[in-house]
Design a protein around this ligand. Structure first.
Ligand SMILES: *Cc1c(COP(=O)(O)O)cnc(C)c1O
Length: 367
């Protein structure tokens, strides 16, 4: 049996007619930039997440970058984030000229650790970027408390967590700003790049909208130096179809994760944990093992794809050598990078496929 980490074709097969119809409508309308689908998707995502504004942008990285810029964060400022994430969570801080500062992660959830955030706050700290890693939300009550105490902005990197919840509130809606990615492999993925920013802040929303189109509100009148970072109309039309299914798909991911947990309960690997009163949406189902690399190779031999998230913590990336982090500085994140990897998981996956994956994992340990 061959099993992919993700099967986007299986998902397309279930919505093919709806997708083809809306794409054709956009093609025939010839309204390709900032058309009605972008506006509607912005309103729909704002409503879905319980926020006032949704602002479509070109991708999740730009969502973070434009937010930092709109907040006036730049040279001389520090932004605290996790080193156990996709590079963009920190890269964007550097792009605007500020310095990323890394806090360690919680051993069990792999989310940013709040004690470590507090230890890293200095006079220069301007913002915290918690990343809801693999679809599980960070300890947002404590993060907001810390932010309030030190007068910091909280930018939720919810790129992996659309639909996830923390005590009944959606990912992206608790911080001052939330950022989503519609990269094809994300839980709500387009068929190309896309991203969105959500916020309740009127002034910030205005600034972000200005920055995403060349600093211009009225065509050919430019108030500030901006960017070209719009969400594509075809992607917006596709995402509006997919948004109707996001809860169903997230629930299926969660069910499959629980099936894995059950099937793997006697196997010598560390299973994912769920924060209390929260909804984990399992962007990735990750397990931990010191034998990760051998196990992944064995699964590959048996036709099963796995993904290593993340092979190198961000503080050890070559480009951040100048920050002078040493081995052991962020121990939990460094350990996680040696042990964590993802098993195949997607909404359309069958129990038979999951059983096959687990049977091969058991076979590996019994050899
Ligand atoms: C995917 C991702 C991003 C970047 O999103 P793009 O749309 O690929 O630019 C940022 N942060 C995290 C945590 C992500 O997973």
């Amino acid at each position: 049996m061959k099993i992919n980490l993700l099967d986007l074709k299986a998902q397309y097969d279930t919505i093919e007619h709806e997708i083809n119809k809306v794409v054709k409508e956009v093609l025939e309308s010839t309204h390709f930039i900032m058309g009605p689908n972008v506006k509607k998707l912005e309103a729909e995502i704002a409503e879905y997440t319980g926020t006032k504004y949704g602002i479509g942008v070109a991708n999740g990285t730009d969502a973070l970058m434009l937010t930092l810029k709109a907040l006036g964060i730049g040279e001389g400022d520090e932004v605290i984030t996790t080193p156990f994430t996709f590079f963009a969570s920190a890269e964007t801080t550097s792009v605007v000229g500020a310095t990323p500062v890394f806090a360690d992660i919680e051993k069990d959830t792999l989310c940013i650790d709040c004690d470590s955030i507090e230890k890293n706050i200095t006079k220069k700290t301007k913002a915290i970027i918690p990343v809801h890693i693999f679809g599980q939300m960070c300890d947002m009550d404590r993060i907001m408390e810390i932010a309030e105490k030190h007068n910091l902005v909280v930018i939720e990197d919810a790129c992996q967590a659309i639909g996830a919840q923390y005590k009944g509130k959606k990912a992206g809606s608790i911080g001052h700003v939330g950022c989503y990615s519609f990269f094809p492999t994300k839980n709500l993925g387009g068929y190309g790049d896309g991203g969105m920013i959500v916020t309740n802040d009127d002034e910030l929303a205005e600034k972000i909208k200005l920055l995403r189109v060349h600093g211009s509100k009225v065509k050919y009148h430019h108030e500030v130096i901006g960017h070209n970072s719009r969400l594509d109309e075809i992607q917006a039309a596709i995402l509006r179809v997919k948004l109707n299914y996001i809860d169903k798909w997230n629930d299926a991911r969660k069910e499959h994760a629980h099936i894995y947990n059950e099937l793997l309960k006697d196997v010598d690997v560390q299973l994912p944990t769920e924060r209390e009163n929260c909804k984990h949406v399992y962007h990735l189902y990750t397990i931990q093992s010191l034998k990760r690399d051998e196990l992944a190779a064995y699964l590959k031999e048996n036709g099963i794809a796995t993904g290593i998230y993340y092979p190198i913590p961000v503080h050890f990336q070559k480009v951040y050598e100048y920050l002078n982090y040493k081995k052991g500085d962020l121990k939990n994140a460094e350990d996680a990078c040696e042990k964590t990897f993802a098993l195949p998981l997607y909404p359309e996956m069958t129990k038979e496929q999951q059983e096959y994956v687990v049977s091969k994992i058991k076979e590996f340990f019994e050899r």
